[in-house]
Design a binder for this molecule. Structure first.
Ligand code: TPP
Ligand code: MG
Length: 435
């Protein structure tokens, strides 16, 4: 007869790693680490407030408590290295150097967001800084990271990839598949499990038979390391070591960073799966407070410097909110810009857009005469008074208004303009945009 084990509510105690403290970098760098962690914290607190005020659509996953894992990993990277993370990625973008204004504007869904308002909280992206996103699919970023590692190899560069994901994601099939190929093909990828000990409301012991996650790559040929994810210096040291090995030996490495999120999984989480006491115990190890204390103790920070840095972070976030608030929403006709597959390349286009009386290709709407667009489409009715810049102007495309007039003449009886629908005309050259 089957017997079921009853699990108690997660009750792990805080167990700081027993090892000598990792060395501090030179004072200027140490201050920058602290200042950036403060920026990430203040940014996310504010993002939570903005979500409550309905300024942010969709989901919002905060990484408050995980700043040392994020920053330690990001600072171990060279500028040419790639980073890829999950839906909990505001901090990764900020750590990589994306302006807080661009991250906040993305949360607000505005054109000046780092993904031009199309991605939102889960899809931050900054090619220039080689921050490759922001992914909503749990475990979906691992194979992509392997692909980037392969590209580094193929191009013969010294660049490496750092891929972060959660403890829950380590149970996805993509984990095993990716470890196998990364090891087989000797790809320069460091996989970092941000083990915050829960996959949504499921505690680590309830979702994984092996809870020492750094060991999970061994059978695939991926060596594992562990770091204290609440300690930025420790995380940095271990990530730097792994990246060095990965780069020079062409060897993937798996790191487990033990950390904790102080807030719920997302903004809608009653947190019934853990006790208040457990959260308080981990809060006592707040990575920003403890690093600040260490810097003060070791004479890196002078009197009042902690408060000054924090004040600067708050002001920076204030500016980001003002900027995001004044940035326009994307123009509705730009809805189909940057859609990878268009028109004839795909068979089911009409099923995704039922806003007009007759089926039509969404990307053709830009070329349709105004009277053919239904008021209910939300195109002409709500947005004609918008102050938004035409998307073409942003990208150096021909002026939107001109295009609309000339296209209206060319439009056929059904409102479709075959020429406009051609991907090479509807979209700017890829290289041009990415450059
Ligand atoms: C493939 C897939 N399955 C399920 C989900 C729903 N989901 C979103 S977050 C999450 C938990 C993931 O936990 P973990 O990997 O530990 O990351 P954390 O949220 O703790 O950062 C789940 C199951 C999803 N987004 N994608
Ligand atoms: Mg988790």
């Amino acid at each position: 007869m089957l017997r079921y084990r009853r699990f108690e509510m997660a009750e792990r105690v805080v167990a700081p790693e027993e090892r000598t403290a990792a060395p501090l970098p030179e004072p200027e760098r140490a201050r920058e680490w602290l200042a950036t962690m403060m920026l990430i914290r203040r940014f996310e607190e504010r993002a939570g407030e903005m979500y409550a005020k309905a300024k942010v659509g969709g989901f919002l996953h905060l990484a408050i408590g995980e700043e040392a894992t994020i920053l330690g990993a990001a600072r171990a990277l060279r500028p040419g290295d790639y980073m890829i993370s999950t839906y909990r990625s505001h901090g990764h973008a900020l750590a990589r150097g994306t302006a807080p204004e661009a991250v906040m504007a993305e949360l607000f869904g505005r054109v000046d967001g780092c993904s031009r308002g199309r991605g939102g909280s889960m899809h931050m992206f900054d090619l220039q800084r080689r921050f490759m996103g922001g992914y909503g699919i749990v475990g979906g970023n691992l194979p992509l990271a392997a692909g980037m590692g392969m590209a580094c190899d193929y191009l013969g560069t010294e660049d490496a990839v750092l891929c972060t994901f959660g403890d829950g994601a380590a149970n996805q099939g993509t984990f095993g598949e990716t470890m196998n190929l990364a090891a087989l093909w000797r790809l320069p990828v460091v996989f970092l499990v941000s083990n915050n000990q829960f996959g949504m409301g499921t505690a680590l012991e309830r979702h994984s038979a092996v809870t020492e996650l750094h060991k999970r790559g061994e059978s695939f040929g991926v060596p594992g390391l562990r770091c204290d994810g609440m300690d930025v210096a420790d995380t940095f040291t271990v990530c730097a070591q792994a990246l060095e090995r990965s780069r020079s030996e062409r060897q993937p490495v798996l790191i487990e960073a033990r950390t904790y999120r102080f807030r719920g999984h997302s903004m809608a989480d009653p947190e019934e799966y853990r006790t208040r006491e457990q959260v308080e115990q981990w809060r006592a190890r707040d990575p920003i407070v403890s690093f600040g204390q260490r810097l003060s103790r070791e004479g890196v920070l002078g009197e009042g410097e902690l408060a000054r840095l924090d004040g600067e972070a708050i002001e920076r976030v204030d500016r980001a909110v003002d900027f995001a608030d004044s940035s326009p929403f994307p123009e509705p006709p730009s809805l189909y810009d940057d859609v990878y597959v268009l028109g004839d390349q795909v068979g089911g286009w009409y099923s995704v857009d039922a806003r007009t009386p007759t089926p039509h290709r969404g990307e053709d709407e830009r070329a349709m005469p105004r009277h053919q667009l239904p008021g209910g489409a939300g195109y002409e009715s709500e947005h004609t008074t918008s102050t938004a810049r035409p998307i073409g102007a942003v990208q150096g495309l021909p002026d939107e208004t001109d295009a609309e007039e000339s296209d209206a003449e060319e439009t056929d009886a059904e409102g479709a303009n075959p020429d406009r629908a051609r991907p090479d005309r509807a979209r700017p050259d890829r290289a041009e945009r990415e450059g």
